[in-house]
Write a protein that binds this ligand. Structure first.
Ligand code: GUN
Ligand code: FE
Length: 453
């Protein structure tokens, strides 16, 4: 097929800007041997008919059936992989109690590699089934089990970015679940980085090590300093939680007399490859620091409703120049679906703007201009995630990775409400965003390879 490994013929949706979805109606998508989009042709292009005539009977020429659509694979910027085992439980507790009563005892069990394999294998498959082609994971403090998660991503074909969690402060963490001391935590992290980088070479899609201080309250100054240096030495990704809840935000203020953002930056932890979860209580100075350092935010709207009682002002932060993508925050968010979080980001934004269209003036109850549209939520789920990670993913565009999901809107057991043969593609797009369940996700491809789930 000329220089192409695969050609797909069908209609795709992709972000043109963070505010506008483009509809690529009945195009040809030509994928090269590296799993990258080499060319896209619309029906007026000479190559369009030539390629169809020459190759449509070839096994590697995929014609989408009526009612099927291509979307970019989703990017989940914040998943606690071990917490999949408690998803849906204990959500009534405040964050601190939830961590100590449920989460740390659960995470401690990942010293057992058999248990870790059971949970991680199921989670990676579940995320793929839900259309998530790239995920940024917190694992646990255990080096071996964290490496196992990276290995499972590598094997199943997901683009996994994985962090061995660091939490070494004996005054803040329970003895049954913490790094022994700063020195051991740093040595384990360095070995983990080297092993994941080695593993990545055996994959097409890439797996990446992530320097992962859990959050400032769980770490000593010594370990935070050392982690900043390791991230610099190996040019790795960095992730943590930043200004998530009143409690966490105030703890950092008391310890360092500054906001989380500035404290993290002092330790060399805010960089272009940094993704900070939540960030609900950033002020404008914090936001400017994020924009200046290239630090991105993983917006976890479901988790924020439960544990932070808060709505991230997405539109305002984007205007300040901050990259933002979506995160499920399993298990503080009780769904593996980025679809559900995209819709929640819209709902939450409407709550933030509450008052604008009611009899109560916005100045008393809401924040003007905070509502997100479906196009903006789709952007957060796809291109926003890609830009946060500085990777060519999340768009159906030349030179981007072929990371996609094929949605079948006609599945008889889970019918979508589409009743007219000439329904407009933009309306179908919106219905896909609201109604897609795993039953509708027929195929998922990562870096030009179809994954199994
Ligand atoms: N802050 C520190 N650890 C966690 C965690 O596991 N989940 C959430 N939501 N916040 C945290
Ligand atoms: Fe989290």
């Amino acid at each position: 097929m000329d220089k192409y490994t695969y050609i797909f013929k069908g209609t795709a949706f992709t972000s043109e800007t963070n505010k506008k979805v483009a509809i690529l109606k009945d195009h040809l998508f030509c994928i090269n041997e590296n799993g990258v989009i080499e060319d896209i042709f619309n029906s007026t292009h000479d190559e369009y008919s030539r390629l169809i005539d020459a190759y449509q009977d070839n096994d590697n020429f995929h014609t989408l059936a009526a009612g099927q659509y291509i979307l970019p694979g989703f990017v989940d910027l914040h998943v606690h992989a071990p917490q999949w085992a408690q998803s849906g439980t204990a959500l009534d507790l405040p964050l601190y109690d939830w961590l100590h009563t449920y989460t740390f005892p659960l995470e401690a069990k990942f010293a057992d590699l058999e248990f870790a394999e059971l949970v991680y294998d199921d989670l990676v498959t579940t995320l793929l089934k839900n259309g998530t082609t790239t995920a940024l994971y917190f694992a646990t403090i255990h080096k071996e089990a964290s490496l196992l998660l990276a290995t499972i991503c590598a094997k199943k074909g997901q683009r996994g970015l994985v962090g061995k969690v660091v939490m070494d402060d004996p005054t803040q963490n329970p003895d049954f679940y913490r790094d022994q001391d700063a020195k051991t935590a740093l040595a384990d992290t360095e070995e983990f980085i080297l092993e994941v980088n080695h593993l990545s070479k055996e994959t097409k899609q890439g797996v990446y090590p992530v320097v992962t201080p859990r959050f400032i309250p769980s770490c000593t100054d010594e370990v935070l300093t050392g982690l900043g240096k390791l991230a610099e030495k190996y040019d790795t990704y960095i992730q943590s939680h930043c200004s998530e809840s009143d409690w966490a935000h105030n703890y950092v203020q008391e310890r360092f007399s500054k906001h989380d953002a500035f404290a993290l930056n002092d330790f060399g932890l805010l960089k272009d490859k940094s993704v900070m979860a939540h960030c609900n209580f950033l002020d404008d100075e914090d936001a400017s620091l994020f924009a200046k350092t290239g630090t991105a935010i993983s917006h976890c709207p479901l988790s924020n409703a439960y544990f932070a009682n808060s709505v991230l002002p997405v539109a305002h932060l984007q205007e300040k120049g901050v990259d933002i993508g979506l995160g499920t925050d399993i298990s503080a968010g009780a769904t593996p679906s980025i679809y559900a979080n995209a819709i929640q980001s819209i709902i939450s934004s409407r709550m933030l703007e509450d008052g604008v269209n009611s009899s109560i003036p916005a100045s008393e109850r809401g924040v003007p201009h905070s509502r997100l549209t479906i196009d903006e939520a789709f952007y957060l789920a796809t291109a926003g995630g890609g830009e946060s990670l500085s990777l060519p993913i999340g768009k159906i565009k030349k030179n981007y990775s072929w990371d996609i999901q094929i949605i079948d809107t006609t599945v008889s057991s889970a019918r979508m409400p589409i009743f007219s043969p000439d329904e407009q593609p933009y309306d179908i797009f919106q219905k896909i965003m609201y109604h897609t369940r795993p039953e509708h996700i027929q195929e998922v491809w990562v870096q030009g390879d179809k994954v199994q789930f």
